[in-house]
Design a protein around this ligand. Structure first.
Ligand code: GUN
Ligand code: ZN
Length: 435
């Protein structure tokens, strides 16, 4: 049995906080707090004193004061084969894909390359406080094996899948409806449920799949209804026009996925920027999740995610980096850019809501809130330790910070990997172990 008592200020959400309500029922914040962890699970979150006198006596204490301990961050859309695409000079989406991304992803058929990048990828996630991600691999089966071998070794809660794509990309990046189906199925059987690993059915997006492949993807969803599905939707006007050309019978882009049975409560739809009311209705009715990718949407010039419009229609939402269209692995940087995108549209993104989103909110979007995203008893002990005074500029700003809400706002506005003091993966210290 392994037991640890993490001492510090602890913050965990149990619901979405109402706008600006810092006295909310939605979270627990304990100033002189502690977390008792046993065998990788949360046993209790309480005051340090109570735990020290009770269940936590004789347990090794790791003192993180004055830092803030929260559940590990969750990234709901990221491409691990795009580590070496970040910051590529391109115009909009289709040029960016053709010129850089499809070129880069071909390297994942090279011996040793997926393994090297997978290792660097998980180092980077941990450095930035991200303990769970929904990730795209490349079209190559070996890219998925490399990914899950590494995440399983680190005991991280990960969701990933082999991209299926059988047209409109270089020949080296194409599978076929049959091979995409068979490879995905073999990977599900090999990895899904192994330790903390979860498989996601991953047709890249409608432009790179034939109707036959989307049909086969729907068959996989039917055969494995417990799996996540991830794809892209409504990111860019030229992409949308291309979909209309390729699927002339379809009411709109969303209807293509709907037609093939790909929408549902486990479906993650990256971007969802340019949508009609009918599409929003379909997404809401199916309980699919719209994934906001702020740094990517700004970098690729895709547009402004309209969170207000989507939530008004009861669309579930999540937030993500979308590396390599995105420009930072940091969920703090992501929240900062998200704040700006919403502010420019006259919408508010209160720091309590944004920190809810990168923890419990994203866990709910993944239907994993029973295991991650909070410090409720029995949850998996993935934690991030946040230092709002990590840089000289932050320390000067901290002199005027008086409340938790102000501290969170500072963390998301000026914070990055330097603000991540430590990361626990299933109770195991993992960031300082990288140094
Ligand atoms: N649409 C299809 N593939 C991709 C991708 O890799 N990144 C982004 N941002 N959009 C996509
Ligand atoms: Zn993406």
């Amino acid at each position: 049995m392994t037991e640890t008592l993490l001492r510090g200020r602890v913050l965990s959400f149990h619901d979405e906080p109402l706008e600006g309500d810092a006295s909310s029922e939605a979270f627990t914040y304990i100033e002189e707090g502690a977390l008792l962890i046993r065998d990788g699970k949360i046993v209790a979150m309480d005051s340090y004193e109570a735990l020290r006198l009770g269940e936590g006596r004789n347990v090794e204490v790791i003192d993180h004061r004055p830092h803030l301990i929260m559940p590990g961050f969750i990234d709901c859309h990221i491409h691990y084969p795009q580590m070496q695409v970040v910051g590529s000079y391109a115009g909009a989406l289709l040029e960016w894909l053709d010129k850089y991304t499809f070129v880069e992803e071909q390297k994942f058929s090279n011996q040793g390359h997926p393994e090297r990048i997978a290792s660097a990828f998980f180092d980077e996630l941990i450095r930035h406080g991200t303990t769970t991600a929904a990730a795209y691999c490349s079209v190559h089966k070996a890219s998925v094996d490399a990914f899950f071998t590494e995440s399983h070794k680190r005991n991280m809660r990960m969701i990933a899948g082999k991209v299926m794509m059988d047209r409109n990309a270089p020949p080296n990046l194409l599978d076929t409806p049959q091979s995409g189906y068979e490879d995905s199925k073999a990977l599900v059987q090999k990895w899904h449920g192994k330790g903390r690993q979860l498989y996601a059915i991953t047709p890249r997006f409608a432009p790179t799949s034939t109707p036959e492949q989307l049909e086969m993807s729907g068959t996989l969803v039917h055969e494995f209804p417990q799996l996540h599905v991830q794809t892209h939707l409504g990111e860019n006007p030229a992409e949308i026009a291309f979909v209309a050309e390729l699927f002339p019978w379809s009411r709109d882009y969303t209807h293509v996925y709907e037609h093939y049975g790909l929408l549902g409560s486990k479906t993650l739809l990256g971007h969802c920027i340019h949508l009609t009311d009918a599409e929003i209705g379909s997404i809401a009715d199916s309980k699919s999740v719209a994934v906001f990718c702020p740094t990517s949407n700004l970098f690729i010039g895709s547009g402004l995610f309209d969170l207000g419009r989507l939530t008004k229609s009861n669309v579930r939402n999540a937030i993500a980096t979308d590396i390599g269209g995105g420009t930072s692995y940091s969920m703090l940087r992501t929240l900062d850019e998200g704040y700006k995108i919403l502010n420019i549209q006259g919408q508010r993104y209160h720091p309590l809501r944004s920190f809810y989103q990168v923890t419990l909110g994203n866990a709910r979007a993944l239907s994993l809130d029973n295991v991650i995203g909070s410090f409720k008893q029995g949850a998996e002990a993935d934690c991030v330790v946040l230092n709002a005074g990590a840089t000289a500029a932050m320390r000067v700003r901290m002199e005027t910070v008086e409340t938790l809400v102000e501290e969170l706002m500072l963390l998301q506005t000026m914070g990055d990997d330097r603000s991540i003091a430590e990361v626990y993966v299933a109770g195991k210290a993992s960031k300082t172990a990288l140094d």
